[in-house]
Design a binder for this molecule. Structure first.
Ligand SMILES: NC(=O)c1ccc[n+]([C@@H]2O[C@H](COP(=O)([O-])OP(=O)(O)OC[C@H]3O[C@@H](n4cnc5c(N)ncnc54)[C@H](OP(=O)(O)O)[C@@H]3O)[C@@H](O)[C@H]2O)c1
Length: 279
């Protein structure tokens, strides 16, 4: 297959590029905004035609949750309208979405068919992207993920390592519960869908296994990295968030495991592999 990977300089895009070396049967085209701006409908159409693209993996997105609140128009252009553009060119598509489509008020892991109710501009635009994509290309695969990190780009793991080395104490919320996702493990799951003998259209949830709070995540990051720093649990109400954050956004992964026959690493295991790459 000829596979186009958009947003290839981001966390997930970089992991897809690295993993593609282990899947040499396909021909890959890696693009980021400089080579192919996904908001440019005509540019996408001619790129897909020129390179006879069979499959698009859309790793491009507007991911800054706080900035999206101030500039929802741009977030919508990239997270929604551009996704419709990608879905309309006749190639198969695997698109990535987010736990932010849910309200965050749940108490049990969210399943794919559960009601959505985004509370942020980022979540609204990502949900719109899902809906526009499914309208124009019902045969799409959508992976919703959460708490993504990798050795590349900016993310929670790198931020906590940085501040943990600089400060005596970190105060981190313990009333927001979710599951970290190592982008390399998500890339493995995406390749399982690509190489599945049958194309299984639909929405799937993927994170690493297990559950923790941001406080627990921080304690484990510093413990595994051998960084000495006191970590104090605080409530969300004690932290000045610009944008509301979900209190509970654990995703139920039964469907993806059942459909693609994958087993998913536990979150502390993903973290240790990421930290060994960072060293
Ligand atoms: N990060 C998380 O915690 C998280 C959680 C849940 C779901 N997700 C979803 O997972 C996916 C991958 O996230 P990620 O963390 O890998 O994202 P990322 O690191 O922010 O990478 C996104 C990439 O897309 C590029 N991009 C932005 N606008 C573009 C455009 N118009 N055309 C082409 N490329 C463009 C970005 O370039 P610039 O950097 O130059 O803008 C960046 O290289 C996204 O769909 C995201 O919504 C992420």
């Amino acid at each position: 297959m000829n596979i186009l990977i958009t947003g290839c300089n981001g966390q997930l895009g970089t992991e897809m590029r690295l993993l593609s070396a282990s899947h040499p049967l396909h021909t890959y085209f890696f693009t980021d905004v400089q080579e192919l701006d996904i908001t440019n409908r005509e540019a996408i159409r001619s790129f897909v035609q020129e390179h006879a693209i069979d499959l698009i993996v859309n790793c491009a997105a507007y991911t800054n949750v706080d900035k999206a609140e101030e500039d929802e128009l741009t977030a919508r252009l990239i997270n929604a309208q551009a996704v419709e553009n990608l879905g309309a060119v006749g190639a198969k598509i695997i698109h990535i979405s987010t736990d932010y489509v849910f309200s965050g008020d749940e108490h049990v892991p969210c399943r794919e068919e559960d009601s959505v109710a985004p509370r942020t501009a980022y979540g609204r635009t990502k949900l719109e992207g899902e809906q526009l994509l499914l309208a124009v290309c019902p045969d799409s695969i959508i992976f919703r993920t959460a708490w993504l990190y990798s050795p590349f780009g900016n993310n929670f793991v790198k931020t906590m390592l940085h501040y943990g080395q600089e400060r005596d104490e970190l105060r981190v919320v313990f009333d927001q519960i979710g599951t970290p996702t190592y982008a390399a493990d998500l890339a493995v799951a995406i390749f399982a869908a690509i190489e599945s003998p049958e194309w299984h259209a639909g929405i799937y949830h993927f994170t690493n296994e297990g559950v923790c709070s941001w406080f627990d995540f921080t304690v484990e990051i510093l413990r595994q990295a051998g960084v000495q720093c006191k970590v104090t649990p605080i409530l969300s109400s004690e932290y000045q968030y610009k944008t509301p954050r979900p209190h509970y956004s654990v995703l139920d992964k039964s469907k993806i495991k059942r459909t693609f026959g994958i087993s998913i690493p536990y979150w502390t295991d993903g973290l240790s592999r990421c930290l060994s790459h960072l060293k």
